[in-house]
Design a binder for this molecule. Sequence first.
Ligand code: NAP
Length: 248
Amino acid sequence: MSRVLLVTGASRGIGAATARLAAERGYSVCVNYLRNRDAAAGVVSGITSSGGRAVAVQADVAVEADVVRLFETCDRELGPLDALVNNAGILEARMRVDAMDAGRLQRVFATNVTGSFLCAREAVRRMSTTHGGKGGAIVNVSSGAAKMGSPGEFMDYAASKGAIDTFTIGLARELGEEGIRVNAVRPGFIHTDIHASGGEPNRIERVKSIVPMKRGGTVDEVAHAILWLLSDEASYTTGALIDVAGGK
Ligand code: NAP
C-alpha cells in the first residue's frame, strides 16, 4: 500500500511541486485547492497519467467545516492518512503596518495560522498512536520572512510565519512519543505566483542581490526538502526548521 499524503494549496507553486514529487516517490496524494479547479485538475491528471493516485479536493483551510470535509474526503478516496504538508498560505499587497486594517490581518492569520492548526488537528486525530493511528509526519511551510520580519512590506505575513515556526517546535514536542514527526521548511524567494499577490510579480529580480547565491529558488528545490523531511531518511528529525533560501 502506498502512503497517503495530503498537501494543502497544491494546485500551484510549491504545493503543486510537492504533490508531483510525492507521487513520483509513490505517495497517493490529496491535492487541496481554494479556487483554481483547473490547476488542481491539471496536477491530478499529471499524476494519474503517470500511473500515480491523486484526488483534488476544494476546501478553504481557514474554514473549520471545510477542513473537516477535506480530511474526510481524503480518508474515503485514498485511505488512512500518513502525512500532511501544511502549505496553503497567502500574502496581500505590500504596505507598512500603519496602513493595515483588521480585515487584512484576519485573512492572513486565518489562512496561514488557523488553517495550519486546523489541518494539523485533523492529521493528529488520524495519525497519533494515542488516537489508535500508526504515526506519520507533518511538514509546515513557513518562510524566511519569519526571521526577517518583512519591514515595509508584509509584516503580518512574516509574523504569521513566526507563529508557524513556534507551532512546529511545540507540536513536535507535544507529539514526540506519539509517532508523528513535525518539521518546517523556510523557503526564501521562490519563483511562484505569490509575488503577484503582493502586487510585484517581478519581486525576485529586485531582491535577489541580497541572497548569497544571487538567485531565487525553484519550487522543486523546496519540494525536495519537504519530501526528505517526510521520508524515513529523516526518522530522527523533528522540530527542525530547515532554511531553503540560498543562504539568506
Ligand atoms: P502560490 O503560488 O500563491 O499558491 C498558493 C496555493 O495555496 C494555491 O494552490 C492556492 O489555491 C492555495 N490557497 C490559498 N489560500 C488557500 C486557502 N485558504 N485554502 C486552501 N488553499 C489555499 O503560493 P506559493 O508561493 O507556492 O506558496 C506556498 C507556501 O509557501 C505558502 O505558505 C507561502 O507562504 C510559502 N512561501 C512561499 C515563498 C515564495 O517565495 N514563493 C517563500 C516563502 C514561503 P488556488 O490555486 O485555488 O488559489
